[in-house]
Design a protein around this ligand. Structure first.
Ligand code: GDP
Length: 333
């Protein structure tokens, strides 16, 4: 064996050993490897250890109080004796900090607690899309033995939907007096929420927002779980126990109804699809570059797929991306 290969394998063995021994630095290094697109071997080795953590996605517009809620939830969970991993996803940032972002100060008090592991990450440019590096990080935290993995992401477009695909329970935080309820309807966030949180319950419009969310929910027929609605004042910790209880209630429902298995199967499919499509897309792009543009698009596409050994032609199938499981439909439609 070449010395460099032996060295690399030795480093991997050391990393895995440190990881299994519960060294937080090994978890940090493992996440960095995944972020850099070199996580396949690690995930392969550690995947059998996953499936025990409760994974919670927390999404909502900037300023709603997500990091304050995360901090308060961590405090609550630590008081219950649970260990917690927090992944702070910043979909707009192309940079990986591997540390706290400036505005994640609320979590800083938990920095020195060995029962809490906090990680900020950018997710652009990862092979598995927005959710790819995040899903890897969540798997690693799960395999590390953390009881709860909290994934916090800014609600912009696709990212919150992706988080809902990998988390067991999705919490959508909204802010009174901001027109958030209208945004929710527009963005299709209503369908992904397992728990709604109206944060800043000290705000005069808080009750109004709760009423709006209730009336939006009344327009829907839910196929199973009806989202819980809780109100919090994250700055003081008020309502955080109710939030955790709502998450637990959803988790219990998932387990009792058999939906947890189905949900994790969907999450698995989502990750496989992202990885496989990412790899294929790269190859397709490479093949397109060298194409003769005198060809018609069908003939050109056939040339591309033939280069992968597929010879039974091409056909327009429209959007190949399968739709998410529909959890609710609008009444009367
Ligand atoms: P994020 O951008 O969603 O992560 O929001 P932050 O957690 O950074 O909070 C945004 C601002 O809202 C900060 O100034 C917080 O202090 C404030 N905030 C958070 N929770 C509450 C609350 O319950 N009541 C009030 N009045 N302000 C809050």
């Amino acid at each position: 064996m070449a010395p460099r290969v032996r060295e690399r394998e030795g480093a991997m063995t050391d990393l895995l050993e440190a990881f299994r021994a519960g060294e937080p630095r090994a978890l940090a290094r493992a996440i960095s490897r995944c972020e850099a697109g070199r996580g396949a071997e690690l995930i392969r080795a550690l995947y059998p250890l996953t499936g025990r953590a409760l994974t919670v996605g927390l999404t909502g517009p900037p300023g709603v109080g997500k990091s304050t809620i995360s901090g308060a939830l961590v405090t609550h969970l630590r008081a219950l004796g649970k260990t917690v991993g927090v992944i702070s996803v910043d979909p707009s940032s192309p940079f990986s900090h591997g540390a706290l972002l400036g505005d994640r100060i609320r979590l800083a008090e938990h920095f020195v607690d060995p029962g809490v592991f906090i990680r900020s990450m950018a997710s652009r440019g990862h092979l598995g899309g927005v959710a790819g590096a995040t899903a890897d990080a969540a798997s690693l935290m799960d395999a590390f033995g953390l009881d709860v993995v909290l994934i916090e992401t800014v609600g912009v477009g696709q990212s919150e939907i992706e988080i809902a695909e990998i988390a067991d329970t999705t919490v959508v935080a909204l802010q009174p007096g901001s027109g958030d309820s209208v945004q929710v309807l527009k963005a299709g966030v209503l369908e992904i929420a397992d728990v709604f949180v109206v944060n800043k319950s000290d705000h005069p419009m808080a009750l109004q927002l709760q009423r709006e969310i209730r009336s939006m929910m009344e327009m829907l027929d839910y196929a199973g779980w009806v989202p819980a609605l809780v109100s919090t004042q994250a700055l003081t910790g008020k309502g955080i126990d109710a939030l955790w209880n709502a998450i637990l209630a959803h988790d219990a429902w998932l387990r009792e109804s058999g939906q947890l298995r189905a949900k994790r199967r969907d999450a698995f499919a989502h990750r496989v699809r992202q990885l496989a499509m990412g790899t294929l897309e790269e190859r397709v792009e490479g093949a397109i570059v060298g194409l003769d543009d005198a060809l018609d698009p069908y003939a050109a596409a056939e040339t591309v797929v033939a280069s992968f050994g597929i010879h039974d032609g091409v056909h327009a199938t429209g959007n190949v991306r399968t739709a998410n499981v529909v959890r609710a439909t609008v009444k009367g439609l």
